[in-house]
Ligand binder design. Sequence first.
Ligand SMILES: [Zn+2]
Length: 116
Amino acid sequence: MPFCPKCQYEYNASAKICPECKEDLVDRLEAVPSGEDFAEVYMVSNRMEAEVVRSILEENGIDYLIRDLRMFPVLPDFGRRARLRIAVPKSQEAQARKMLEEARSDGALTSQGRFL
Ligand SMILES: [Zn+2]
């Protein structure tokens, strides 16, 4: 599935351009380890929340993918339509879930998102 080289979100195969950055999508990202199995652990409904998750995972050295599952991601995200799924390598899944649970209980992450 294609990725945006700028915001690094992953899109449906039909997408050609990132609706947020207007960048041409690429087949793979340098930052994403190939050959790793990723498991989806968390879902949020907007990019602000996704960016909070991203910063928590980055702080803890966990790799991640953020998947934008809009079927036709041609319009910008106004905060309602988006369904963003965060995936992490299976080898880091337990750690990622623990980090996100902690972030929810200390309020760093709102409870708008949910675990998958
Ligand atoms: Zn982008």
